[in-house]
Write a protein that binds this ligand. Structure first.
Ligand SMILES: Nc1ncnc2c1ncn2[C@@H]1O[C@H](COP(=O)(O)OP(=O)(O)OP(=O)(O)O)[C@@H](O)[C@H]1O
Length: 384
């Protein structure tokens, strides 16, 4: 880290008026310097707090009634399959697309007045046009000048921050895709933003490039003087889950999950492996688990029974509830105990002896895939 970057993270180096945001600014009006932060800003409950956000194109609604809340200082993964509505949502937050409905705040300012918060936002939503025969430094200078503010020392600072300091004077046409992506992020950092929005920054990168990008994103969220919130979208949870402390899953334009990664995991952790003493009992055991509302899969001499996320096992008419003291459990661990007890009772009631009954962890990726599959199933059902 350069001295200037260290100073910047201590909040010492930059003059009072940093340069304005570049890609976003271009779409929303002239650049304006960031004003001083008021006590109200420091009390912002969330970096993004919007409700009922929707976008309709013609008769097609591509984003449905999203309630989004991203804590200040979080690295938030905005995850969903292709066409889920991620870019449209981010564009609405950035004032690039007008929401059909929606209210709330971004950085404590009204969503409906993006000019009020965009000076504190940096974005990589589509790659800025780079001049291939100019160096990275010259490209950033051009972007800064176009935005109406230019400070040579800040250019070196952001180049160092994205790890391009030593290649700053090489022509951009000699850069790898990963380096070009990092240069685009450097452009988004010119205004030292409080909210950084990166739309699919790992797109097209090889595994090493993805790893470097992950490390960079994690570093960018760390500022000593005040928190920076980073929102990073991806269609692959695995690409961002390691660095995110907040996850939003969208599918078909709808919110499927929002919260800490642990919540996504625990909400779907109800999977049990069952092994009967006699192989002949496998079929009946699978039927019993299915009768309790579990998704059942047979593998060798085992039955794998999974409780879909957010659903309680089938209720009172089943052996599940018989003898159980509670049928509703908010605590995932309690829910798992109840699930194990219910399965054991059901097996016993049908004369099946279990030699193994064990909870197993559902990975975050499996949970994500499961959520997306549930959404696809619902939409197919709706269409039928
Ligand atoms: N300007 C537009 N006019 C009409 N439909 C649009 C427009 N922009 C996006 N859409 C549609 O909205 C849906 C969501 O698109 P969006 O780009 O937001 O998804 P995404 O989650 O970012 O997907 P990807 O990961 O493929 O970029 C898609 O079906 C897309 O075709």
């Amino acid at each position: 880290m350069t001295q200037s970057t260290q100073q910047r993270r201590r909040g010492e180096s930059r003059p009072a008026s940093p340069p304005a945001r570049l890609p976003v600014q271009a779409a929303t009006g002239p650049a304006s310097p960031r004003g001083g932060r008021s006590p109200a800003d420091d009390a912002d409950p969330a970096a993004v707090d919007v409700r009922g956000l929707s976008k309709r194109y013609g008769r097609r609604t591509v984003v449905h009634d999203l309630d989004l809340r991203i804590p200040i200082g979080a690295v938030a993964g905005f995850i969903g399959p292709n066409g889920a509505g991620k870019t449209t949502t981010l564009r609405m937050l950035l004032g690039l697309v007008r929401p059909t409905t929606g209210q709330g705040t971004v950085l404590g300012r009204p969503l409906t007045e993006p000019a009020g918060y965009l000076p504190r936002v940096g974005a990589l939503i589509e790659s800025p046009a780079l001049y291939p025969r100019l160096s990275a430094r010259r490209n950033l200078e051009a972007l800064a000048i176009l935005a109406g503010q230019y400070h040579p020392s800040w250019i070196q600072e952001v180049l160092d921050e994205v790890g391009l300091g030593e290649r700053a004077d090489d022509e951009v046409r000699s850069y790898s895709l990963g380096m070009k992506q990092r240069l685009a992020i450097a452009a988004a950092l010119l205004g030292d933003p409080d909210l950084l929005v990166l739309d699919e920054p790992t797109n097209g990168l090889d595994p090493m490039g993805i790893r470097l990008m992950r490390e960079l994103i994690r570093d960018l969220s760390i500022r000593d003087n005040r928190p920076r919130t980073v929102v990073v979208s991806s269609h692959l949870l695995a690409e961002v889950e390691q660095i995110c402390d907040w996850i939003i899953v969208v599918d078909g334009g709808e919110l499927a999950y929002q919260g800490p990664p642990d919540g996504l995991l625990s909400a779907g952790a109800s999977r049990v492996t069952l092994r009967p003493e006699h192989l002949d009992d496998l079929g009946m055991l699978a039927d019993l688990a299915a009768g309790l509302g579990l998704a059942v899969e047979r593998a060798g001499d085992q039955v794998m029974a999974t409780l879909p996320a957010g659903e309680a096992p089938n209720g009172s008419a089943t052996p599940w509830a018989a003898g159980a003291s509670e049928t509703e459990h908010d605590d995932p661990q309690e829910a798992m105990r109840a699930l194990l007890g219910g399965l054991n009772r059901a097996a016993h009631a049908h004369g099946i002896t279990l030699v193994e009954i064990a909870p197993s962890r559902v990975t975050l990726e499996e949970r994500y895939t499961g959520l997306v599959a549930q959404g696809a199933g619902r939409r197919t059902g709706d269409a039928a």
